[in-house]
Structures are given as structure tokens and as C-alpha cells.
Design a protein around this ligand. Structure first.
Ligand code: NAP
Length: 291
């Protein structure tokens, strides 16, 4: 398939590489051009500006947030330049409200819009084993399913309105933030009683919390391994804030999310925004006077 891929950050680069390896023709663009060099050497075609991506009838994007998507897809003129019948797959975690607005803008242009936020960190993306949360018209999802099958182990469909998939993604990341926040505070608790958090976390994640999210993030907290960041604290704050906003839109109080938002904000204010969001454990330790 002839496709364009915009946004070659932590997640986008390995995803674009997998599409290339699967034999697709991939046109790549990234704001910082050096990120595309390795892909160009592997056979990708260069786009010098987002607008150049209009050469392909299928556009995938993995950009940071609403503002980046607005800049790259809409303000650049790319959406207006796409031929009628083209499809845009937005893989990023964006707000429910912006996903809805984007779907309307795409529909007005006769371009299909598929929301396909992903669950899984960079290692999972590199292995092509992401879980993809898809929202959009069934026919549009069917059309890009062969590409989603390259990127992920499974595509979960959540409705014809793209923003439904974004609501599920935000709910999922809220659960992840809760898991990290819980282990962060619990680790501070045991450290306060002279027990090594690593010993506690090994027991916890081998027994009653033997689930991938707890094992993965528990391991990072146990090793105090917050760089390189698989998922930056700044992105974590974005997602918890988006979950709160999505909740507010339908009068769903999320007091736990409010607490997590403040913890992430505190970590960022202390200069840890570029660390993995597992560094919430540093926030809890600092609050306990343990550093
Ligand atoms: P990242 O490493 O920070 O990459 C962000 C990408 O967006 C980069 O290509 C960056 O370009 C681009 N970008 C940011 N602002 C831009 C702007 N104003 N104009 C143009 N391009 C802009 O983030 P990531 O970890 O790959 O995450 C990407 C998306 O996936 C986010 O929505 C995130 O929430 C979601 N996600 C991440 C993970 C994870 O584990 N990392 C997992 C699931 C979902 P530059 O290279 O020029 O900065």
C-alpha cells in the first residue's frame, strides 16, 4: 500500500519501520528532520513538508497531542490537499473533543477519519504487538486493517464515532497512571519502614498484582529506571488532564485522576518532565522526605 507516516518520535519511528519492513511504500515526515534519516536509509521516501504527504491516499500520524495534530494535519493544508476518498488514521492519544472535531472536518472534505490510539510502549511498538483501539466507520477501518495488523497484535473496535476509541484510550491511561501512583506511594510506605521497595514490588507483582502493567512499571520503580523515558511524564500529564476533561464533559467526577494530575504536575515542576512517568515514585519519595 502507498502510505504516508507523519511523526517519527519514540513510537512513530518503530511503527513506520514495521510498515516499511512489511513491504509497504512509506513516505515519512517529521518536524525534526534528523528523525527520518534511518528510515530513509531503509527505503522510506522523504516528505520535506506535511503537505507532501498528500501523495499517498492513506495517511497515518503519530504526533504528540491535539496541538501537533492541528498544526501538521490541518494548518499545514494537508487535509485540504488530500484527494476525496483518502483516509487518515490518527494513532496518537488526543482529546475526545478534538477527535470529534477532526472527524467532522475530515467528513466535510470527503476524507475518512479513523481514530486508532494504541496501548503498549516502545518495545511493544517495535515488536508490532500493540493493542489498537479503533473508532470510525467500519468500511474505513476495514480498509486500513492490513496496516493495523502490521502494527498491532489485535485491533479492538469501539464504535462508529472515532472519539469513542479516544475515550477508551484515556480511560486506559488513567488506569495505568493509577497503577503507577499506587505503587509509588506503597513503595514510599515500605521504604519508610526500612524495607527495600524492590523486594516489596517483586512480591507484589509475582502474586496478587501479577499483571503486565504492574510488572512493567513495578520493575521501573524497583530499578529507579526513569530514563530513557518510554512515556514521558509530560505526556502522562496530558493524558490524565484529557481524561478529566472528557469526564467533565459528561459529568463524570474523577477525584482519583485529580490527585494523579497534581502528582504529575509536581514531578514536572521539580524538573522531571522528560523522565518516564514511572518517576511518580520520585514524587512520592520526595513527599515522604526520602530523598
Ligand atoms: P514523542 O517521542 O514525544 O514524539 C512526538 C512526536 O510528535 C514527534 O515526532 C514530534 O516531533 C512530534 N511533534 C510534537 N509537537 C509537534 C508540533 N507542534 N508540530 C509537529 N510535530 C510535533 O512522543 P511518543 O511517545 O512517540 O508519543 C506519540 C503519541 O503516542 C502521543 O499522543 C502519546 O500520548 C501516544 N502514546 C505514547 C506511548 C509511549 O509509550 N510512548 C504509548 C501509547 C501512546 P519532533 O521529533 O520534531 O519533536
Amino acid at each position: 500500500m502507498d502510505i504516508a507516516f507523519l511523526g517519527l518520535g519514540t513510537m512513530g519511528a518503530p511503527m513506520a519501520r514495521n510498515l516499511l519492513k512489511a513491504g509497504h511504500t512509506v513516505h515519512v515526515w517529521n518536524r525534526s528532520p534528523q528523525a527520518r534519516e534511518a528510515l530513509l536509509q531503509d527505503g522510506a521516501h522523504a516528505c520535506d513538508a506535511p503537505l507532501d504527504a498528500a501523495v499517498a491516499p492513506v495517511v497515518l500520524s503519530m504526533l504528540a497531542d491535539d496541538a501537533a495534530v492541528a498544526e501538521v494535519i490541518v494548518d499545514s493544508g494537508l487535509l485540504d490537499a488530500l484527494p476525496e476518498g483518502a483516509v487518515h488514521v490518527n494513532l496518537a492519544t488526543v482529546s475526545v473533543a478534538y477527535a470529534r472535531a477532526l472527524a467532522e472536518r475530515h467528513a466535510a472534505r470527503g476524507v475518512d477519519y479513523v481514530a486508532a490510539p494504541v496501548v503498549g510502549r516502545v518495545d511493544v511498538a517495535a515488536a508490532g504487538k500493540l493493542n489498537i483501539l479503533a473508532g470510525g466507520k467500519a468500511a474505513a477501518i476495514e480498509r486500513v486493517q492490513p496496516l493495523l495488523d502490521v502494527l498491532g497484535a489485535r485491533t479492538w473496535r469501539f464504535g462508529e464515532a472515532p472519539e469513542q476509541a479516544n475515550a477508551v484510550k484515556l480511560a486506559t491511561n488513567f488506569c495505568l497512571a493509577s497503577a503507577i501512583g499506587t505503587m509509588a506511594e506503597a513503595s514510599a510506605l515500605v521504604r519508610g519502614h526500612a524495607v527495600a521497595p524492590a523486594d516489596f514490588l517483586e512480591m507484589l507483582t509475582s502474586t496478587v498484582f501479577a499483571a503486565p502493567a504492574y510488572q512493567g512499571y513495578g520493575g521501573l520503580i524497583a530499578r529507579e529506571q526513569y530514563t530513557p523515558a518510554g512515556f514521558k511524564m509530560t505526556l502522562g500529564l496530558k493524558d490524565v488532564r484529557l481524561a478529566l476533561t472528557a469526564g467533565e464533559a459528561t459529568q463524570v467526577p474523577m477525584p482519583l485522576a485529580s490527585t494523579l494530575r497534581d502528582g504529575l504536575l509536581e514531578g514536572i515542576a521539580q524538573g522531571d518532565g522528560a523522565l518516564d512517568w514511572a518517576a511518580l515514585a520520585k514524587v512520592s519519595a520526595r513527599r515522604a522526605g526520602q530523598q
